[in-house]
Design a protein around this ligand. Structure first.
Ligand code: SAM
Length: 296
């Protein structure tokens, strides 16, 4: 019986071959691998492979795009970006978010490593201001320098090596206008062992700890501007708290998350040492945000 956690000879050989190919061909090899895996997903299980955690059928799949786009847009707004201009989505998949982004911005370009995904996305495209394109074979974003207002990636960077993620950080920075914004989702784990799969492992998703992620983005020239783990916060405030309330529990939440204040039944603020009640109509109605980094 194999020792738990031990790497079998086939996997070991694959990993070694992978490392050699990465050394020889860099991003080109990484992208080639990604393309093969995601083309296969697009042919066999396109909805499932690209869905958000709570999508159960085609209807909830497309609707989940509204909520996820809302998170992206809130980051962009928080970074001071008006909802206009050009947007690039890295790893657009079937265009679940691209289609919705097109209603808020002048032009949206959905990029993907998988031609098969893009084939599906083009069929679903519902507006003239959407274009779908392949990313360059080495991860190059097909756009001129300083021409894009917002770059975003949703559940994409978790599927690639740290090197490829870094390549996209650089590419996004190159194409962003000064003051532009990169908003992305990442898997964050601050306790326990983080998943750090080799590129030959297409199933495990890569995790980062918050400090590492922030330092990495900074190393690539970004200023960090957002909350960590916004999805968890969203679930906490919008699902767990109402469930507790429905069970008749009183929950006292001590928080700086002012964008969720409107969900409270009563809001008390500490004002110069005094507890002061805030009337409901003065609650803040901002949206939740996800990890983001505005460029330059
Ligand atoms: C989980 S899906 C998410 C799709 C879309 N962002 C959404 O939320 O509906 C991941 C997408 O990223 C794409 N992808 C994976 N690796 C990539 C890479 N290295 N470069 C560009 N796209 C990539 C896949 O083809 C796939 O469409």
């Amino acid at each position: 019986m194999a020792r738990r956690g031990a790497v079998g000879p086939v996997r070991l050989a694959k990993r070694t071959a992978d490392r050699v190919l990465v050394t020889l061909f860099g991003p080109r090899w990484l992208q080639f691998r990604a393309r093969r895996v995601w083309d296969r997903h697009a042919r066999t299980r396109s909805l499932e492979a690209t869905s958000s955690h709570d999508a159960t059928d085609a209807d909830t799949y497309w609707r989940s795009g509204q909520r996820d786009w809302g998170l992206v847009l809130a980051v962009a707004n928080k970074a001071g970006l008006p909802a206009r201009g050009t947007v690039i989505e890295i790893g657009c998949g079937l265009g679940r978010l691209t289609r919705i982004a097109a209603a808020d911005f002048d032009r949206v370009i959905g990029l993907d490593v998988s031609p098969e995904m893009l084939k599906h996305a083009r069929i679903q495209a519902n507006a003239a201001n959407i274009a779908y394109e392949l990313v360059g074979r080495d991860g190059r974003i097909p756009a001129t320098p300083e021409s894009v207002d917002l770059v975003f990636a949703w559940t994409v960077f978790r599927h690639m090596s740290k090197e490829m993620f870094g390549r996209y950080l650089d590419e996004a920075r190159r194409v962003l206008k000064p003051g532009g914004c990169l908003a992305f989702e990442a898997l964050i784990r601050d306790t326990g062992e983080r998943a750090n799969p080799s590129t030959s492992d297409a199933n495990t998703e890569r995790e980062y700890d918050s400090e590492e992620l922030e330092a990495y983005a900074q190393r690539h020239g970004y200023e960090w501007a957002a909350d960590q783990d916004p999805l968890f916060k969203d679930i906490f405030y919008r699902q767990l708290l109402p469930e507790l309330r429905n069970r008749g529990k009183t929950v006292l939440v001590i928080t700086h998350d002012d964008r969720y204040f409107h969900l409270a039944d009563r809001l008390l603020k500490l004002d110069y040492g005094q507890l002061v009640a805030t009337p409901k109509h003065e609650f803040n109605f901002d949206q939740p945000v996800l990890a983001a980094a505005p460029g330059r």
